[in-house]
Design a binder for this molecule. Structure first.
Ligand SMILES: [Zn+2]
Length: 493
């Protein structure tokens, strides 16, 4: 594998595509060693025929499917001599594949879809395992080319060598000729595919895929049901050939190479796949938002309570909430106000224009130091909400810590992941764990605030095991509902 620098993911993907009988597309500039890569993959197959062709818009069916048989023509039959051409290949690399003319496309699609070639009156079963397509760019809007693009389940974007050291090796230390370390026969490949069918899929993978689909739909990335079905089959082949007993969530990391349509979707999909696979489908971001929403709600509630009763000096209206003054100021921008501070005669005579009043209220809040002005009913709601959320965060955090080693081991056992993927997944796991600690600390801080003290919430020990498989109950709605409640109570925008 050292032979191809910086191509670990592509090599893994190519082998997995061959094993699972799917096609793979390389998108990128010429001169990125695609031909060499595809050729060497083919060398890993016992008796594998390799076919390689660079398409142009002038390419004719003769060049791809074979020349017409003159002998057959003499007998009034239209047949091609297919030996050595695409219909007899196990692995084919078609460069500039989207330049295929319509004369070629129909037969090509039949080969890709049905693994059959119509040679005159004869229908030939083609031995094709995978087609590797390569192109500089995506097809222009054209229905038949889009159909062709859709046949490529694996999609990789190739770039030139990035690392200086690897670049030097490529130029000046030419490695010995590539010899595959193992060879696999076609019947062995068929055997892998057969056994893969009965491999179970872990329930958290089901959840990851459901979440992922929802998530991508929100970003207007639509993936056909047919594609999802093929994807699952590939994941099963990946697990089976890794010797894993089931499709676990580390296998789901491979989804990053099978779902994007446009290159610009690639990073989004990769990110989403990693987030979901690492956290088992639980979004820490969502929990952080919930914690932040709660904080916001508390500070709105706290600041809204005035430290002293305010009265409009112009029309005599009395106010208990800052919100009410703001509303009053919008309809009567020229009115000024008096503050009635209890036990103080001094403040009551002073008249404040609106801006000064707000400043004075802020000063009073600050001087008072304690922000324990929540009503008992509010306190109760906040306590409950913080308690529920804190509980959930602690659950997930506990699970995360328990699972790091497991995740590492699963990834180690999964032969299809690149080193980069493994490292990134662990880094992400650590980052999420830190984030959970932060959210936890945030919640504790608010829980211990004066006026908001509640009993220390302990994680419920009994259901942790179950939660490792099933998701933690989602209380997102209750917080949202709560926020709406607060909003309508204070007539917030
Ligand atoms: Zn007024």
């Amino acid at each position: 594998m050292d032979y191809f620098k910086e191509r670990e993911a592509e090599i893994n993907g190519s082998l997995l595509a061959v094993l699972s009988g799917e096609n793979l597309l390389f998108l990128g500039p010429p001169g990125t060693a695609k031909t060499q890569l595809a050729k060497n993959i083919c060398q890993s197959i016992k008796g594998g025929n390799f076919y390689n062709y660079l398409l142009t818009s002038f390419s004719t069916p003769e060049e791809i499917f074979g020349p017409l048989s003159l002998k057959a023509l003499e007998e009034d039959e239209f047949r091609r001599k297919i030996e050595g051409c695409l219909p007899t290949a196990h692995i084919a690399l078609l460069d500039e594949i989207f330049k295929a003319s319509s004369a070629i496309l129909n037969s090509l699609l039949t080969i890709l879809n049905e693994h059959k070639y119509h040679n005159g009156r004869e229908i030939v079963d083609v031995p094709l395992l995978s087609v590797f397509g390569a192109s500089n760019e995506l097809p222009e809007e054209d229905e038949s080319l889009e159909a062709l693009y859709d046949r490529f389940l694996f999609r990789y974007r190739l770039a030139y060598i990035q690392d200086d050291e690897n670049f030097r090796t490529l130029l000046f230390r030419s490695p010995e000729d590539f010899t595959p370390c193992i060879q696999i026969s076609v019947s062995e490949i068929e055997e892998v595919r057969r056994s893969a069918k009965s491999i179970p899929v872990d329930s958290d993978v089901e959840m990851i895929i459901t979440e992922l689909r929802k998530n991508l739909q929100l970003q207007e990335i639509e993936i056909s049901d047919r594609r999802w079905k093929k994807v699952i089959q590939v994941l099963k082949v990946a697990a089976c050939s890794s010797g894993c007993p089931a499709v676990d969530r580390t296998t789901a990391l491979l989804l990053q190479h099978m779902l994007w349509n446009l290159p610009e979707e690639r990073e989004t999909i990769r990110k989403t796949v990693f987030e979901l696979a690492v956290s088992g489908g639980i979004s820490t971001e969502k929990m952080r938002h919930e914690a932040e929403d709660l904080q916001a709600a508390v500070s709105i509630a706290l600041k809204n309570e005035l430290p002293a009763k305010a009265v409009c000096d112009s029309c005599g209206e009395e106010f208990h909430l800052r919100q009410e003054i703001e509303v009053h100021h919008i309809s009567h921008p020229n009115h000024s106000y008096i503050l009635r501070i209890e036990g103080s005669s001094e403040g009551s005579s002073r008249i404040y224009p609106y801006e000064n009043l707000i400043r004075e209220i802020d000063n009073l809040h600050e001087n008072a130091g304690k922000k324990s002005t929540l009503s008992p009913a509010q306190k109760e709601i906040f306590e409950k909400e913080f308690g529920v959320l804190g509980d959930r965060v602690k659950h997930v955090k506990y699970r995360f810590e328990e699972e790091r080693e497991l995740l590492r081991q699963l990834m180690e056992a999964n032969i299809w992941l690149s080193t980069l993927d493994r490292n990134e997944a662990l880094l992400l796991h650590d980052a999420r764990n830190i984030e959970l600690s932060e959210i936890d600390a945030l919640i504790s801080k608010y829980q211990s605030m004066p006026g908001l003290q509640s009993k220390q919430v302990q994680p419920k020990q009994q259901s942790i095991k179950e939660d490792a498989k099933v998701s933690v109950p989602d209380n997102g709605n209750s917080v949202n509902g709560f926020m709406k409640g607060i909003g309508s109570r204070f007539k917030l925008k």
